[in-house]
Design a binder for this molecule. Structure first.
Ligand code: PGA
Length: 242
């Protein structure tokens, strides 16, 4: 039985004060969500501690948006898995397309981060997905399969989540057709050695399309950017109707 995971990716949004305000609105709206689903908020580093404190005892779990592979060291601007675990972080997004596009993340560094996160006891959410050009050239699967082959070298597939995020659908309002997203998630699954790895869809997920997305058999959750910033909207996503 695969887990269902609804995760918000706040990217570089919200101060601590705004985080507290969000939780005040969001918590009671998801307290009674069906127990089959995990709820995760992946927030900026500066919001992690306050979130951990405010959510203590709640079913909402906390995620970071990056982690370094070393235990500690001279890596200015980076953060270690131990530092994240200490303040209650359980999930970490790795290899998001914005990290790959703007911060030089490669399949190799993604692989280092994944393995270090797992060794420390964090659950990584590995993001994969193709650009519009790659899709138009008929290379979507090839790109994704390479991201998987290189990213997952030596990775424990019993402690892993994958998010399929077509880059052209991120923040554009241009959601991938649900049947196509389902097809790609199935293709991703065919490359894994554990068929129980939850595979999320991400890219312009909203309260209006979540029910349709979650009705797809290969899709086990969503990684939600813009629509996770607003309590009512993200709560409606978490409370999607099966
Ligand atoms: P979006 O972002 O929901 O705003 O399209 C998704 C993501 O980047 O994870």
């Amino acid at each position: 039985m695969r887990k269902i995971i609804l995760a918000g990716n706040w990217k570089m949004f919200k101060t601590q004060a705004e985080t507290i305000e969000f939780v005040q609105g969001f918590k009671s709206l998801v307290d009674d969500a069906p127990v089959d689903r995990d709820i995760v908020l992946c927030v900026p580093f500066t919001d992690l501690a306050i979130l951990s404190k405010t959510l203590h005892g709640s079913r909402i779990q906390i995620g970071a948006q990056n982690v370094h592979w070393a235990e500690n060291g001279a890596y200015t601007g980076e953060i270690s898995a131990t530092m994240l675990l200490e303040i209650g972080v359980r999930y970490v997004i790795i290899g998001h397309s914005e990290r790959r596009q703007f911060f030089g993340e490669t399949n190799e560094t993604v692989n280092f981060r994944l393995r270090a996160a797992q060794v420390a006891g964090l659950k990584p959410i590995l993001c994969v997905g193709e650009t519009k050009q790659e899709r138009d050239a008929g290379n979507a699967e090839a790109v994704i399969f390479e991201q998987l082959a290189k990213g997952l070298l030596g990775v424990d597939q019993t402690n892993l989540v994958i998010a399929y995020e077509p880059i052209w659908a991120i923040g554009t309002g241009d959601t991938c057709e649900v049947t196509e997203a389902n097809r790609i998630c199935g293709a991703i699954r065919s490359k894994l050695n554990n068929s129980d790895v939850p595979i999320q869809y991400g890219g312009s997920v909203k309260s209006e399309n979540i029910d349709q997305i979650m009705a797809q058999p290969e899709i086990d959750g969503a990684l939600v950017g813009g629509a996770s910033l607003e309590p009512e909207m993200f709560a409606r996503i978490v409370n999607y109707k099966a």
